[in-house]
Write a protein that binds this ligand. Sequence first.
Ligand code: ADP
Length: 546
Amino acid sequence: MSRAVAQSRKLDAASSAAEATPEMVRGPSGLLGRIAMSAIAVAVGLVIVFAVLFVAILSLRNRSAEAARSQQVIATATQLQTLVIDLETGVRGFVITYDDRYLDPWRAGQEHYPAAIETLLRLTDSNRMQHARARSIKSAIDTYLRTYSRPLVDFLRRNPKEAPSVATSDRGRKQVETIRDRFARFLATEKALSAAGKDRARATARHALKVGGAGLGSALLLIFVGALYLDRAVARPLRLTAEAATRIAGGDFSGRLPTRGPGEVGQLERTFNAMAASLERTLADLAVRNRTLAESERVKSELVSNVSHELRTPLTSVLGFSALMLDRDLPPADTKRYLEVIRTEARRLAALLNDLLDLQRVEQHTLELRLEDVDLNDLLAAQMTLYSAQSEAHTLHFLAAGEPLVIRGDRNRLAQVVGNLLSNAIKYSPGGGEVEVGAGLIGEDVSVWVRDRGLGIPTDHQDRIFTKFFRGDVGREHGIAGTGLGLVLARQIIEAHGGEIGFHSEGGAGSTFWFRLPAAEQGDGRATVSERSLAAGDDSESGHRM
Ligand code: ADP
């Protein structure tokens, strides 16, 4: 079993090593790759969002600049118009009063006019029609100044008496009205343009706000999706792994992780599962070893106490009688009797030693069977003769089958089993009596039974009869010697032959022990002697079969 565990561990280690190949760790589906991919996706999304925002802000800025320029155009045109009126009113005042102070606004108007008209022309640069209108205004003003206003002032300075006749002329007023008409058209168009520009700016602002809101929402969504992905792909598996590790630290090795994580996370999950499985197996293995160790400790101490007890009785007899013979001069008859006792006790010691050695061989799987065709009629008859001589108080009856009972088995080991059953039947019938031995062919099996009318086995002891060193109370109460090993070995031997052993007993009413072995097949061509290893049975399994 431990070899199987070690092998499966090796396989685990090999598979874990195979799983942890560098390709997997550094592969394109690696954790780093996925984090980089999600970061790049979020970054690209953010760049797009900010580009759209930038374009929206730029267009808003253009619209605002357009609106501001329109306002500037209107202001400049209005200023120019005032300037033209100043030119006209200055000249008119001078014509009426001939007072040079009235020419101050006229001079100032001429001084500011070039810059103002330049500004207007520059501001209308981008609008072809308004630019043309501005130019026509300029040419009208220039014409007015060149052909009327300046020549008139020069003329009056030279001919002041002509003033009343000039004052009645409305040529200048007409020219100025024409200029004002042009201004009116220009300003109306510019105001319309300005209103439209404001509307567009407002619409663009609304649009920019919407784009900004959508961009902000998309950016937040992207960041949220990225964070969610990282949580699912990395944080959650790590959390689960940490929880499972905590459970393992608490002694629960049964939990396993789902192995769907990407790259290194999946690798971590698989390695974790392999580790948990290996720990679980190691723990189970240790528990089995612990039980085995505890059991073997118990058996050892039981063995020591049983063996020492079983050794003490014959050794006491051997020591006591040998001391008696050495210390005293005994008559030859007594000496012979004592030597007989010493030999019997020495035989008991030898039997105990043999049983212990057999038990050791069974437990180390080294007890071998030398198989041959054995007629159980002969084997039983020989054992009957042997054991009949052992007790005068008992009568042994053999109910022969009247047909050959050939089985394939180890003659000596089967003789050991029959001998143990006969010896028990005699031992546990201390008052003497009849022991009946029978055998027969039942179906494919040869069946053997040994019946006594002795002490029987109390019901509460019956399920432990085949347990190592179990002796029950009956034997001890009646001072019957034994080791509690005979039936254990008998069961191992019978089961190694492919048979079964069991008993039926009633406390105080005797016992019947039986065993069944498969009959040898007719014309069996197998070798007469072969070897077969005897497997150790589970001694803790103590139920009897009937
Ligand atoms: P041992 O006889 O050396 O004690 P065994 O393994 O042969 O060991 O038997 C185990 C126990 O089974 C005995 O100690 C005894 O209590 C009980 N037992 C075996 N055979 C009989 C029997 N024929 N009658 C009554 N008790 C028996």
